[in-house]
Design a protein. Structure first.
Length: 400
């Protein structure tokens, strides 16, 4: 009689275990589905998995009981598969360095570089070395790219992103395996209509950097952080919020600013200025600018059907060198891009690979400025080249 009662009780327990196992199995599948959908729609990891740590524990216990009874062999296989999925989705959902899990005001520059958004530049090797040394410091591991507008400050982080994406940095480098994330202040404050939202976003930046030391932020026009966020009813200063973590090296920032903005906004804030060691970006000489553009447009030929000849590059530099309030290489690049745009719209070449010449540059400049005729600009360029023979060493190499 006793044996029969025990057997009956064990059967009821197994039946109850069977039902509980099915409920937990369905609950686990439901949570995983919620996590995947939440991740795909909101592009940010929800905290459901971290709050439901008891679920896999209970599932494991039920699986052990089920396996020991050997009455429900099919369910423990399902639990094992669910456990593998749980771990995989948990890692994916809580990985903040994944490009898709970054907040909307952050952009993964390394992911963009892998997608071909940037072209590696030359001519900034000294500045790159200084930035690498500064970012390797234990404290105040920040760098401020300082220079006139148009000298190529933003090309420094773009080149760094390209080198990270192609694994060019050695293991000892602070950029090895790093995530270079661009944060725009306008995007940072966008939508922060309620008090405390901006502070929450800045704290999110700080906590992300603390949790993942390989994250490096790039802040263009970093001077906007000084006093940024102050309103009539709020005295939020983003730069002050970053001061402690910048000093301790818990957050690494590459900033960019012009001389004028640095003098007006950053220099008066001595605490903020001390935490941003300067890296000067000077305007390149004409010959150096020629080499930089020759390299850049040589690489961009892979993405465009128009080839930029050395004569076009030289003429763009010579004819734009006297443009006031503009700096190389930006003003020469703008002129070349204008000429490329005009050539593409005209479509005056039936061949697939059209070549941009000095004639295109002259026409673009004449069309934009309307101050000089085409003949006058050609004469001006030829006169410079006659007075400076061999100035551009590779000028005669039209294939560049």
């Amino acid at each position: 009689m006793a044996a029969t009662a025990i057997q009956s009780g064990w059967s009821q327990t197994a039946f109850s275990t069977h039902d509980t196992s099915r409920v937990l199995l369905l609950a686990g599948v439901g949570i995983l589905t919620y996590e995947v959908v939440s991740k795909a729609v909101n592009k940010s990891a929800s905290e459901t998995l971290s709050k439901m740590r008891t679920l896999p524990l209970a599932a494991a216990m039920i699986s052990v009981i089920t396996l020991s009874t050997r009455k429900l062999p099919h369910l423990h296989v399902h639990f094992a598969f669910l456990g593998v999925l749980y771990v995989a989705v948990s890692i994916w959902a809580r990985n903040p360095t994944n490009a898709s899990s970054l907040p909307d005001y952050m952009v993964d520059m390394v992911a963009e570089a892998k997608g071909g958004a940037y072209i590696p530049k030359i001519g900034y090797e000294d500045a790159l070395k200084k930035v690498e040394k500064l970012m390797n410091k234990k404290t105040k591991s920040n760098a401020l790219l300082l220079g006139n507008p148009g000298v190529g400050k933003s090309t420094i982080p773009e080149t760094i992103a390209c080198k990270i994406a192609t694994a060019q940095y050695p293991l000892a480098s602070p950029f090895f395996g790093a995530r270079l994330i661009r944060v725009d202040f306008t995007d940072l404050i966008a939508g922060t209509i309620y008090r405390g939202m901006l502070e929450q976003r800045v704290q999110e930046m700080i906590q992300l950097a603390k949790k993942h030391p390989k994250i490096i932020y790039f802040l263009d026009e970093i001077d906007t952080l000084v006093g940024g966020g102050k309103t009539i009813d709020s005295r939020v200063d983003v730069s002050k919020m970053l001061l402690p973590v910048m000093a301790r090296g818990e957050i690494r920032i590459i900033g960019a600013s012009t001389f004028q903005d640095y003098t007006d906004y950053i220099q008066p804030k001595q605490g903020f200025a001390r935490r941003l060691p300067q890296v000067m970006i000077h305007e390149p000489a004409l010959v150096q600018c020629f080499q930089m553009l020759q390299h850049s447009y040589g690489l961009s030929l892979r993405q465009s059907c128009i080839k930029v000849s050395n004569a076009a590059i030289a003429s763009a530099i010579v004819l734009s060198k006297d443009v006031p309030n503009r700096y190389f290489p930006d003003k020469a690049i703008d002129l070349i891009d204008d000429a490329i745009s005009n050539a593409e719209l005209k479509g005056d070449d039936s061949e697939n690979n059209q070549t941009l010449t000095e004639q295109h540059i002259v026409e673009a400049l004449s069309l934009n400025s309307q101050l000089h005729s085409v003949d006058a600009l050609i004469e001006r360029f030829n006169q410079f080249m006659d007075q400076n023979p061999g100035y551009f060493a590779e000028f005669n190499d039209q294939d560049g």
